[in-house]
Design a protein around this ligand. Structure first.
Ligand code: GCV
Length: 899
């Protein structure tokens, strides 16, 4: 039996290849006719592997997922897991031993060079089959070495044909599997193992091509970070796996493990340093270190990419300029590029952020962005590298909201790039964030995709949840990405779906694809939360095939990550699919974007920071009205940047979908939506609805106790409880803010009325004092209590005379600042109910804050507490460092109420 993928061994050229319509996994008819088998399995059937099945039906030899036998098997699989293996756990499948006789005994790898992707594929196959089926397969270089034993072969088409003349293969493109390069062999192997791990088996051959040639991650790891050691910008999963203290880490084990995960998704390059790049990345010592990273990537076919600081010739090279048209500068970059390729012959290329958010760029010298991009393109060309030049160009210093009704950051990308189409070298692709602003919870698709016809484009998606709760909130982002990729821009009145534009198909371009800002870290969960990994998985799967469904990818990921227990699949699917709509509802709906603290951390609520500054995420909210008027007739003109059909839709309120209403239009709070609700009532209701869904995540997850290992169960339970509490902080802050602005009461009487709460500042205080919080809306009744400056302890007490004796949930809202680890205790009649610490920042990588605000506001809930009418409630806070044990309020809640 033979397992194969195919030729074209020049990895350096592999990013530049034709995209192919045959992107999806297909059955090759000829292969089926020939009874060849498996995704990458071919000919010489001396044994037959259990074959993968693309349908969802389990094979007849496997028990059905719901059978008691199966559940018993699942229970035995529940062992502690730290997440390091991601979805590549190769957990045993039920009845694995039934397959042993049908499995081969040896793996023939047609390239036995250690470190080649084909060799890696062979090793991976052995590891996978051992894990899934419990059978050890030996690795041999030729089938002769296997004697009469049945074999499976991994190799390139060229190598296979060499040994089996006359063999035929389906049409594939770069990286596709069944055919293609060494990487294709690896991809095919991973795909095959994924099918086996999910218990799929049947007889046919699988062929799959990637939708687009560029499938990169971007890792915003800081090379030199002012002593903070291995920081990752907008990374919430620990420290850099690449850098430490301005150098490349000595131990790159995690970098290799990461490459394995990426390869399993078909990701072919990772840009390892932050787009806010440091020139010191290019010192000879660091270039040597980068070559070591490339070495650990190479066995997995993952190429290394580098972000560049445009001013490097001046900062590092000591030239008196970094003008891209200056001959000295050109020579300097060519020299650096040659040096890099000497060390890393298969380097993927560069990524450049220029003239944006304070970064230097060609416009500093009055040169165009094309002049800047082409400088690098020409240096890379002899080496086969490509440059991704970011469209995220805007000058926050010149945006003035107060004086200019027509000012709009969203206009920037098209304004900067439209007239440059056609002026870029062929190895330049423009990397465009999916929306015109910045990874917000809801944005329309960037119109720039419709403007670049001759120039390849890459869509930039953010896996790291910068504006999506930073991995402390469960938000499965794939449904949003799907909306972006499936959006039809109707260029020239013809179908122009975003995924067809970036693949190159729509405008007949060779280059294009996907960039995912991943920002993994040293945490064993990679992203800081087990469930957040579904986003990395979905990004990779969409980059390979954007036609997959969000739910389909999710279910695949759950099975690979948590096993086959149907209950686990159902619950995690439900929670994940609910999560983006819920988060949008409680963070910023109707197209207002994520109403987070834009000036600090991007985590908690602070709607006031959207306006009145030059960062351009404006809402233009006043006492009467809200929203950005982006119409052509009266606003910033942004709507007119879309092709005619789409522009017409967004120009008019009547045809703009409600979920983008305030992105495109400025309307009174009393404006009626298509639902019949007013804007303000929709705000109130959506925040209540969204946070109510977040409350259900805790019991949903708790229903999985015993169905998954305790380690991952507890890890997620902690985060989901936090999310439930923080979603209430979001709800109340945003509602309070707009109620205060508009003075329009909530028809349901909820906003500002909290019958179950006892404000801490209204309690009897000893060692605590009342404190007015800013921003005001992030505290109930605008105040909390903090320990007085010379107190070592504060108490806040009250008699519960108004409640009836019974069982309640007792919730305490407090602030966990970055300034210390205060301790709090709650007592009822001097009996301890619970003790907790302000150490959230040690457990969760979300951006912290030194302030009492929406970033630090949080809640702890004690469920099912027996309380007697007239009981004495006492809260004790012990400050630590500069954290004054702040408490906002207590809620005594009948079951099912979240107040
Ligand atoms: C790397 C946003 C983020 C920045 C990021 C920037 C970018 O502004 O907050 O952290 O910088 O986007 O994408 O360049």
């Amino acid at each position: 039996m033979s397992l194969l993928a195919s030729t074209v061994n020049d990895l350096r050229r592999s990013n530049v290849g034709p995209a192919n319509d045959k992107h999806s996994a297909t059955v090759h008819p000829e292969a089926r006719h020939n009874r060849t088998s498996g995704p990458v399995i071919y000919k010489d059937v001396r044994a037959s592997l259990p074959h993968p099945d693309l349908t969802s039906h389990p094979p007849s030899t496997l028990p059905t997922m719901r059978s008691p036998w199966f559940l018993a098997a699942v229970a035995s699989l529940v062992v502690a897991e730290d997440g390091l293996a991601g979805w590549l756990r190769y957990a045993p499948i039920p009845s694995a031993e039934c397959y042993h006789k049908r499995l081969p005994s040896a793996i023939v790898t047609l390239n036995s060079t250690v470190g080649s992707p084909v060799h890696t594929a062979g090793k991976e196959l052995a590891q996978g089959i051992e894990g899934i089926f419990g059978k050890n397969l030996k690795l041999v270089a030729t089938s002769d070495k296997a004697g009469s034993e049945p074999t499976v072969t991994v190799g390139t088409v060229a190598a296979f044909i060499d040994k089996n003349s006359g063999a035929k293969f389906p049409d594939l493109i770069e990286d596709g599997f069944h055919l293609n390069n060494e990487r294709g062999a690896l991809y095919g192997t991973f795909h095959y193992l994924s099918l086996l791990a999910r218990g799929n088996a049947s007889d046919f051959t699988l062929t799959s091509n990637p939708d687009a040639p560029i499938r990169w991650t971007n890792e915003w790891n800081n090379m030199a970070d002012g002593g903070t050691h291995g920081s990752v910008e907008r990374g919430y999963g620990g420290k850099s796996i690449f850098f430490w203290d301005g150098k490349i880490r000595d131990d790159l084990t995690r970098a290799g493990q990461y490459a394995r995960l990426l390869a399993s998704l078909g990701i072919n390059a990772a840009v390892v340093n932050n787009v806010n790049a440091n020139a010191s990345t290019l010192t000879p010592a660091n270039m040597d270190g980068l070559a070591r990273i490339a070495d650990v990537f190479r066995p997995y076919g993952v190429q290394l990419g580098l972000s560049l600081n445009f001013a490097s010739p001046q900062v590092l090279g000591e030239l008196d300029t970094f003008d891209p048209l200056d001959a000295k500068v050109v020579k300097w970059w060519h020299g650096i590029t040659d040096e890099l390729y000497k060390r890393i012959p298969d380097m993927a290329g560069y990524l450049v952020k220029a003239n944006s958010e304070g970064q230097p760029g060609p416009m500093t010298y009055n040169r165009t962005l094309a002049d800047g991009a082409n400088l690098f393109a020409r240096a890379l060309k002899p080496h086969g590298g490509i440059i991704l030049f970011r469209a995220f160009v805007y000058d926050h210093r010149t945006l003035n909201q107060t004086l200019d009704w027509k000012a709009d950051r969203a206009n920037a990308a098209v304004n900067y790039f439209d007239h440059l189409d056609g002026q870029f070298e062929p190895n330049v692709a423009i990397q465009i964030k999916h929306g015109p602003i910045d990874f917000q919870v809801r944005e329309p698709v960037s119109p720039l995709f419709a403007h670049l016809v001759k120039t390849p484009s890459v869509v930039e998606l953010q896996v790291s949840q910068e504006y999506f709760g930073q991995q402390a909130h469960l938000v499965y982002i794939a449904p949003m990405w799907k909306e972006v990729l499936d959006f039809d821009l109707r260029v020239d009145g013809k179908p122009s779906v975003v995924s067809d534009i970036v693949s190159g198909r729509r405008f007949g371009r060779k280059l294009g694809g996907y960039a995912g800002v991943s920002n993994v870290g040293t945490n064993t969960t990679w992203l800081g939360s087990h469930l957040a990994m579904s986003n990395l998985y979905a990004f990779g799967r969409l980059a390979w095939n954007p036609k997959q469904t969000s739910e389909g990818m999710l279910k695949e990921w759950i099975q690979l990550t948590f096993g086959h227990d149907q209950k686990v699949i159902d619950v995690i699917t439900k929670m994940s699919m609910q999560s983006w709509p819920a988060y949008e509802n409680y963070s910023g709906n109707l197209g207002l974007q994520t109403l987070t603290d834009l000036l600090l951390g991007h985590f908690g609520p602070n709607p006031g920071t959207s306006d009145g500054n030059p960062w351009g995420c404006w809402t233009r909210a006043d006492e009467d009205s809200i929203g950005m008027d982006r119409t052509v007739w009266n606003g910033t003109g942004f709507a007119g940047q879309y092709p005619a059909e789409v522009a017409a839709r967004y120009e008019r309120i009547e045809t703009t979908p409600d979920n983008l209403l305030l992105w495109f239009h400025h309307v009174p709070y009393t404006h009626r939506l298509k639902s019949g609700k007013t804007v303000i009532q929709h705000f109130y209701d959506a925040h209540y609805d969204g946070s109510a869904v977040a409350q259900t995540f805790v019991p949903q997850w708790q229903s999985l106790k015993g169905h998954i290992d305790d380690e991952r169960y507890e890890h997620m339970l902690f985060r989901l409880k936090f999310q439930a509490g923080h979603s209430l902080v979001w709800r109340d802050s945003i509602n309070q803010f707009y109620f205060n602005k508009s003075s329009i009461p909530d028809e349901a009487g909820r906003v500002g009325n909290h019958p179950y709460r006892i404000e801490a500042e209204d309690m009897e205080l000893d060692g605590y004092q009342s404190y007015r919080v800013s921003p005001f809306e992030t505290a109930s009744k605008f105040h909390c209590v903090v320990t007085s400056s010379n107190s070592t302890q504060g108490t806040a007490s009250t008699t519960l005379s108004k409640i009836e004796t019974g069982t309640y949930d007792l919730a305490v809202n407090y602030y966990d600042m970055a300034l210390g680890n205060s301790t709090w205790e709650a007592y009822l009649d001097d009996k301890l109910v619970g003790r907790w610490h302000g150490d959230f920042e040690y457990h969760v990588g979300r951006a912290s804050s030194p302030y009492i605000d929406g970033q630090t506001a949080t809640r702890i809930t004690f469920k099912g507490v027996s309380i007697r009418k007239g009981s004495k409630l006492k809260l004790v806070g012990k400050p630590d460092g500069k954290e004054p044990a702040p408490i906002d309020y207590v809620s005594i809640l009948p079951e099912g109420i979240a107040d």
